[in-house]
Ligand binder design. Structure first.
Ligand SMILES: [Zn+2]
Length: 123
């Protein structure tokens, strides 16, 4: 099992998880600031190199590839911001004029309320 630490790319964690799990055919499990990948077959060992290149491909696809380093350390892969800047999604506004949390689906009428709420995910 591999753990991918994505605290610096938390707002794209879900998209990243779907992309990487699909690329390497693994079962993803979402955790707080990270997700894990398990192989479909217990005997199979996940190829860290493949997982890293899938992560890099994803970051390139959102034009963030050069801003992040993807480093593996035993069974943990860290995605670390090089500049110190983290990816923040701003498209939280939906068609209905409501704001919804990209992490848990929490909905509010006010952007400021959402911003306050979002902090719980960054602790
Ligand atoms: Zn939330």
């Amino acid at each position: 099992m591999l753990t991918i630490d994505c605290k610096d790319v938390i707002s794209v964690k879900n998209d990243l998880l779907v992309y990487v799990a699909d690329q390497v055919a693994a079962i993803p499990t979402l955790k707080n600031n990270q997700f894990t990948l398990s192989s479909l077959d217990d005997d199979e060992i996940l190829d860290t190199t493949k997982v890293i290149s899938a992560i890099k491909e994803y970051l390139d696809s959102i034009d963030e590839g050069r801003n992040f380093a993807v480093i593996s350390n035993n069974d943990v892969i860290n995605i670390t911001s090089i500049s110190g800047r983290v990816i923040e999604k701003t498209e939280t506004e939906s068609q209905s004029g409501l704001f919804s949390c990209t992490h848990c689906g929490y909905v509010t009428q006010y952007q400021v309320e959402l911003n306050v709420h979002m902090r719980i995910h960054y602790l």
